[in-house]
Design a protein around this ligand. Sequence first.
Ligand code: HEM
Ligand code: HEM
Length: 141
Amino acid sequence: MNLLVIHPVVQVIAIFLALYTAYLGLQRTRSLHFGKQARFRRDLHAGLGTVSLVTLLGGMAGGAIMASRFLEDHQPLESLHGKGGLILLPFLLIGLFTGFYLYIAPPKGKILSIIHGVNNLIILGMILFQVFTGIYFASHL
Ligand code: HEM
Ligand code: HEM
């Protein structure tokens, strides 16, 4: 089996976890910003969110290592997929650190929560781009 297969499989699992984490987070949006009654499973959200974001970060490193070892004539970060991964990097880190802060020391205001939510929803959009460019690259190998 080609070891390159590991990277997309790991990333797809992390993406499903991220989608479920987003669903949990949006329950918080309903109560925090729209005054609706909604149960926010804070511990589960923080736990699954951490697993998904750390897996995405590890998966990026894995993709880069696999590509540099197993693809001939591979130039790091030359593909749209590689560049997309690089752009995602700060968003993943911001998502993690704002999440930890919100979890450990819930602030009085809503600003950090909004930054966290918007940042992480941007991640989901960019990940879609990674899925398409990743499949495109893989199908032209
Ligand atoms: C895929 C990753 C994640 C997504 C998509 C996500 C999404 C969201 C969203 C949409 C909200 C609601 C924000 C608002 O309406 O203002 C939220 C809130 C929250 N998130 Fe995340 N999140 C993720 C990861 C994390 C992580 C890793 C942690 C902690 C380690 C975390 C902790 C929290 C906490 C504590 C809140 C509630 C904030 C408050 O009560 O004001 N999240 N998240
Ligand atoms: C269905 C999902 C995915 C597939 C099929 C896929 C496929 C691939 C393939 C074929 C490569 C080697 C070729 C290249 O360099 O472009 C690769 C590398 C890479 N992937 Fe993915 N990938 C997926 C998801 C992701 C996601 C979600 C991220 C980021 C969070 C990511 C980040 C990277 C990075 C940083 C590299 C190394 C790029 C380089 O060294 O230039 N991938 N991926």
